[in-house]
Design a protein around this ligand. Sequence first.
Ligand code: PEP
Length: 248
Amino acid sequence: MAPIKLVAGNWKMNGSLSGARLLAEEIAAKSAPTARRRVAVCPPFPLLSSVGAFLKGSGVLLGAQDCHAHEKGAHTGDVSAKLLSEVGCRIVIVGHSERRTDHRETDDMVRAKAEAALAAGLDPIVCVGETEAERDAGRTKDVVERQVPASWPKGGTVERCVIAYEPVWAIGTGKTPTVGDVAEVHSHIRSVVAKLGVAAENLAILYGGSVKGSNAPELMAVPGVDGALVGGASLDAADFLKIVNACQ
Ligand code: PEP
């Protein structure tokens, strides 16, 4: 059975309550769920409850951009996976490169977050990907070979977990790897996951990094690409919907 595809919009630290309503309602109205593809939007924390209400009944999933590894406690500014689940989230991004860089998140921290997500009933999107320097040094495969097993949650299954391959140098830059490179890295990630003893052939591996409506048909057709994690283009409903429609 082929993996269920996913197109997830990462709104990052963007948007306003009024803008979120327009964006979410348009996406909700125009991205009918299918048996083979899910759609999610991941707004900033303060907008989660409102966006959840705007999406209600549409089948578009609510996601968060991060969670803490602990269920509660003295962690000022952090949010638990349990609370995200309570406000209606079904999905959470963990290990995004901006968090790995800005908040010095390690693979161990990412794995703990993914485990907390699973325990709270959320499906984690675990992000991996090489920096430009690592790519230039020919170390892309080494990087994902380290990140994937170290970030994969204990007890994680392909039904609940998703991996997003996001080359750091492609995020927000307008640059993308060649389709050949994307296919090669996705295939490598799948082989690394298979060694963890999970049914890797059924795992959804998303591509992320400067996906737009214009390049989505080409990128979403790459063998082994099971959807997209979308940053900038997810803030424009029409562009995001083109990506959704390219992923069938
Ligand atoms: C991202 O931040 O996950 C991302 C892929 O961003 P962009 O689409 O803007 O490159």
